[in-house]
Design a binder for this molecule. Structure first.
Ligand SMILES: [Mg+2]
Length: 194
C-alpha cells in the first residue's frame, strides 16, 4: 500500500462524512485526557477527562447503534486501570498495552476486513503523541488536538482547536454527526435516554 505524501497529510482532504469512515480509533492519553496524570504515594493514578466528551460518545454510540458503523474503540499504549474505568464508563471497547499500534491495527483489519484492499482509506485515527505518528501517516483521516506534539500536528490530516481532555473528542463527534446541520428535535433525539 502506498504511503501518503506529506502534502496530502497536511490537509488537502475535507472533513469526511461519517459513512466514509468504517473504523474510528482513539488514542487515550492526551485525547480523552489532558495528558497529565496524578500519582498518589501508593501508586494509584488518576487522570482528568471531559464530561462533554462523555456526552459526545453517547451521541456517537447512538448513531452506531442505529447505523451499524463505524466500529469505534480506544487503543492505548498504557495498560492502566484508569483507561479501563473510563472506557467502561463510555461503554467503549478498549485495547491496552499495545506497544506497536500500527501492527495492532493491521492485525485488526486482517481479521475484520480481510477482503478490503485499502482498509486504511476508511480509518479515522485520533492521536496526540509520537507513538501515534506511524498510524497517522497511514490513516487517510487522522485528527490531532491543538496541544499535540508538533510533528503529530504536521502529520495529521486535521488539527482541531480543542485541547486533549478539554472537549477535543466532543468536537470530533459533532463534526462527524454534522450536528450544526441538525434540527433541535434531531439533537434532542441524539441525547435522549430512550
Ligand atoms: Mg496519547
Amino acid at each position: 500500500m502506498a504511503r501518503r505524501s506529506p502534502a496530502r497529510a497536511k490537509g488537502k482532504l475535507s472533513w469526511p462524512k461519517i459513512d466514509e469512515i468504517h473504523t474510528l480509533i482513539f488514542d487515550f492519553d492526551g485525547v480523552f485526557t489532558d495528558n497529565r496524570v496524578i500519582v498518589s504515594q501508593d501508586g494509584m493514578e488518576m487522570v482528568s477527562c471531559s464530561r462533554a466528551d462523555g456526552l459526545g460518545m453517547d451521541m456517537l454510540r447512538r448513531h452506531i447503534a442505529q447505523n451499524g458503523s463505524p466500529t469505534a474503540f480506544i487503543l492505548s499504549t498504557e495498560a492502566n486501570l484508569v483507561v479501563t474505568a473510563r472506557a467502561r464508563k463510555l461503554k467503549m471497547e478498549c485495547l491496552q498495552g499495545v506497544a506497536d499500534k500500527l501492527q495492532s491495527i493491521e492485525n485488526h483489519f486482517a481479521q475484520t476486513l480481510p477482503n478490503e484492499r485499502a482498509p486504511f482509506d476508511g480509518l479515522m485515527y485520533v492521536g496526540n503523541d509520537l507513538n501515534d505518528l506511524a498510524v497517522m501517516r497511514r490513516a487517510t483521516y487522522s485528527v490531532a488536538p491543538a496541544d499535540a506534539h508538533p510533528l503529530v500536528r504536521r502529520a495529521a490530516t486535521f488539527t482541531l482547536p480543542q485541547f486533549g481532555g478539554r472537549g477535543f473528542v466532543r468536537a470530533i463527534v459533532e463534526r462527524l454527526l454534522q450536528l450544526n446541520t441538525l434540527s433541535t428535535e434531531e439533537v434532542c433525539e441524539l441525547v435522549s435516554d430512550r
